[in-house]
Design a protein around this ligand. Structure first.
Ligand code: PRP
Ligand code: URA
Length: 227
């Protein structure tokens, strides 16, 4: 395992916390870090931002599903019978609207028969508090592997609200995938949902006075949708 300064730094920042803490997994694959640099760059136009975010999401998801349980199946090839794998449990993707759709677009082609739930949460621009305005969750959450998708974990308010809704609806196995995180958001998530593993491409320095992640990438939804 490679030494990871971002995780070490985060761990030392929250060492005094009294909560049980699951350390985030920072995906440091060189290609992931190249896609991250591209979406950080202010000069990257929306069509390239979309492509890089989709591909980076795919890389984070591959890492997050490395230990996913599969069951053995028998496959008949044109020549003979052999064994293969299929997912042991249904999968549910839950993008937080809007920007989570940018992760979904990259991930869904890998598991085309996954269900897609939607959670609409918008930060209040003055207070940075999350406002939940929409939810459409399937009935099979309790039996599924559930992936909550949002590129940005800033104060952690939106992710915590999304996780609260998912647990209230019965979800038992949830993984959070976010592209850019920061110590404040990770600490908030660990306080409220210490059982939820987090996969991210970066733990940034922190939040500015408007609760934007620094260095960050700006407003992920605006950049993805060109608004
Ligand atoms: C952004 C982002 C997260 C949230 C993160 O969404 O996509 O959902 O902010 O901030 P937090 O950790 O402080 O809650 P935003 O509320 O801007 O909505 P949008 O995707 O519709 O632009
Ligand atoms: N939401 C974003 O899109 N970017 C941030 O830096 C913080 C919240």
């Amino acid at each position: 395992m490679r030494f990871n300064p971002a995780v070490e730094n985060f761990a030392s920042k929250i060492k005094s916390a009294t909560v049980r803490c699951m350390l985030p997994v920072v995906v440091q694959h060189p290609l992931a870090q190249c896609h991250l640099a591209a979406i950080r760059a202010v000069a990257t136009p929306p069509h390239q931002f979309r492509r890089h975010l989709n591909l980076l999401a795919r890389m984070l998801f591959l890492e997050a599903t490395r230990e996913l349980p599969v069951q053995e199946i028998t496959v008949r090839t044109p020549l003979t019978e052999t064994t293969g794998s299929q997912l042991a449990r249904p999968m549910v993707f839950v993008p937080i609207l809007r920007a989570g759709l940018g992760l979904l677009d990259g991930i869904l082609p890998l598991v085309p028969d996954a269900s897609v739930a939607h959670v609409g949460i918008k930060r209040n621009e003055e207070t940075a508090l999350p406002h939940a305005y929409y939810a459409n969750l399937p009935a099979n959450l309790a039996s599924a592997d559930v992936f909550l998708l949002d590129p940005m974990l800033a104060t952690g308010g939106s992710a915590c609200e999304g996780l609260r809704q998912l647990k209230e609806a019965g979800a038992l196995r949830i993984t959070m995938i976010c592209v850019v995180s920061c110590p404040e958001g990770l600490a908030a998530l660990n306080r409220a949902h210490p059982d939820v593993p987090v996969f991210t491409a970066a733990i940034d320095d922190g939040l500015n006075e408007k609760c934007y992640i620094v260095p960050g990438l700006g407003d992920a939804g605006d950049r993805y949708f060109g608004t």
